[in-house]
Design a protein around this ligand. Structure first.
Ligand SMILES: *Cc1c(COP(=O)(O)O)cnc(C)c1O
Length: 397
C-alpha cells in the first residue's frame, strides 16, 4: 500500500508522544512526574457537567446545525462583546470540534499549494503540521528570550512575500507563555493591514494572564484590523474541557462560510451535548476561571524560582498560559552514564530516565536548547520535580 503524499512527512504530535511514553513508564511502575501535559489539571466545573447531563436526559442527542447551535453562537457573540469589545453576527461564527479543528478548517479553506503562512517560533506544534496538510509552506520566524519570545513588526514584515497568505499570533503563547502588549499588537496590525496579510489570532489562553497584564484581541484594535483577522478560541483551557472538543472561530463571513462548508463535508456538527455544556461554560458563573488562574499563578512563581535556582538553567517568567520554556543550552554536549546529551530530545530523555520527570523537548516547538514544562500539576509535583531535576543535572559531566 502506498500512502498519500500528504501523510508521508506527517508525525504524531510530539507533545502527545512524550505524554504517551511517560504514561507507559508509569504503567510499568515508574514514579513519573509529568510536566508534559497541555491541559489544566482541575476537573470541569459542576455547573457545566450538570448542563450536559440535563441535555442528555432531555434528548438533545441528535445532529445540530453544522456550524453550531444558535444558543452557543449567541453565548460566543456575547462573550466577544463582553470580553473583547468585538461585535460579530451569527454568520461570522463557526463552532468546531476543538480549537485545533477550527485551525484545520481555516487552513483547508484558505491555504493551498504555494501559499505561505508566517509562524513565529517557538510555536504550537500543530500550526506548521496543519498548514502542510493543506499543502501550504510554513515560514518560521525565530524569536528568542531576549525579545521575550515575541515577534517584532520588523521581523514580521521581512518575512512577507507575494505568497504570504496569513500570519499566526498566539498570545498568551503555548509553549512560552509570552503575552504581546497592546503597543506590540498595534505595530503588528499596522504591518498586516498595510501589506494585506490575514492575522490568525489564537486566543485560547486569554483567561490565563498574570501580573495585571490583560488580554487584548488584535482584532479589536480597528475596523480594518477586524476585517483582516480571524480569531480562534475555545473552552478547552479556560474551563478545563479538553475532552469535550469545542472550539470556535470568528471572522469575515466569506471565510467562515467556506470553513463551515469544509466542516459540513467532514465532521458535521460538534457533539450536541458538548455544545450545550460549552454555552453554559461561556455564559454561566466565571468564578472557577479566576480560581484556576490564582492556582496557576502560585505554581508559576515556584516553578520559575525553582528553575532559576538550578545552575545552568535560566527561565523567563511568562505573563500567561501555564507553561514555562527554560533555556537548558548549557547542558548540551555533556554526558551521563557514557551517553551524550546533544540536543533537547536527548535532554528530555535524560530527565525521563534519570529524574523520572517528563518534559517536552524545545525542538518540537521549533526552538532547540529549551524544554517546555507545563505547571498544570499539583504544587507537590512542581516542588518534587524541580528537586529531582536539580539532583539529576548535578550528575551530568
Ligand atoms: C490547546 C490549544 C488549542 C486548542 O485546543 P483544543 O483542545 O483543540 O480546543 C489551540 N491553540 C493552542 C496554542 C493550544 O495550546
Amino acid at each position: 500500500m502506498r500512502l498519500a503524499k500528504r501523510v508521508q512527512n506527517l508525525k504524531e504530535s510530539p507533545t502527545l508522544a512524550v505524554t504517551a511514553k511517560a504514561k507507559t513508564m508509569k504503567a510499568k511502575g515508574w514514579d513519573i512526574i509529568s510536566f508534559g501535559a497541555g491541559e489544566p489539571d482541575c476537573d470541569t466545573p459542576d455547573n457545566i457537567k450538570e448542563e450536559a447531563i440535563r441535555s442528555i436526559e432531555e434528548g438533545f442527542t441528535k445532529y445540530t446545525k453544522v456550524g453550531g447551535i444558535d444558543e452557543l453562537k449567541d453565548a460566543i457573540i456575547e462573550k466577544f462583546r463582553r470580553d473583547n469589545g468585538l461585535r460579530y453576527s451569527m454568520d461570522e461564527i463557526l463552532v468546531s470540534c476543538g480549537g485545533k479543528h477550527s485551525f484545520f478548517n481555516l487552513c483547508q479553506a484558505l491555504v493551498e499549494e504555494g501559499d505561505e503562512v508566517i509562524i513565529p517560533a517557538p510555536y504550537w506544534v500543530s500550526y506548521p503540521a496543519i498548514v502542510r496538510i493543506a499543502g501550504g509552506t510554513p515560514v518560521i520566524v525565530p524569536t528568542n528570550e531576549d525579545g521575550g519570545f515575541r515577534m517584532t513588526p520588523e521581523m514580521f514584515e521581512s518575512h512577507i512575500t507575494p505568497a504570504t497568505k496569513a500570519v499566526i499570533i498566539n498570545s498568551p503563547s503555548n509553549p512560552t507563555g509570552a503575552v504581546y502588549s497592546v503597543d506590540e499588537l498595534e505595530a503588528i496590525a499596522e504591518v498586516a493591514v498595510r501589506m494585506g496579510v490575514l492575522v490568525v489570532s489564537d486566543e485560547i489562553y486569554e483567561k490565563l494572564c498574570y501580573d495585571g497584564t490583560s488580554h487584548v484581541s488584535i482584532a479589536s484594535l480597528s475596523r480594518e484590523m477586524k476585517g483582516m483577522s480571524i480569531v480562534l478560541n475555545g473552552v478547552s483551557k479556560a474551563y478545563s474541557m479538553t475532552g469535550w472538543r469545542i472550539g470556535y472561530a470568528a471572522g469575515p463571513k466569506r471565510l467562515i462560510k467556506a470553513m463551515t462548508d469544509i466542516q459540513s463535508q467532514s465532521t458535521s456538527n460538534p457533539t450536541s451535548i458538548s455544545q450545550k455544556a460549552a454555552a453554559e461554560a461561556i455564559r454561566g458563573p466565571q468564578d472557577s476561571v479566576l480560581k484556576m488562574r490564582e492556582g496557576f499563578k502560585r505554581r508559576r512563581k515556584v516553578v520559575v524560582d525553582g528553575l532559576n535556582s538550578i545552575d545552568g538553567v535560566s527561565c523567563m517568567e511568562p505573563a500567561g498560559a501555564f507553561y514555562v520554556f527554560p533555556n537548558i543550552a548549557g547542558f548540551l554536549s555533556k554526558r551521563y552514564n557514557g551517553t551524550a546529551v546533544n540536543n533537547s530530545v536527548d535532554f528530555a530523555n535524560f530527565l525521563l530516565d534519570e529524574a523520572e520527570i517528563a518534559v517536552v523537548p524545545g525542538v518540537a516547538f521549533g526552538a532547540e536548547g529549551h524544554i517546555r514544562i507545563s505547571y498544570a500539576v499539583s504544587m507537590e509535583d512542581v516542588e518534587e520535580g524541580i528537586k529531582r531535576m536539580r539532583e539529576a543535572v548535578d550528575r551530568l559531566e
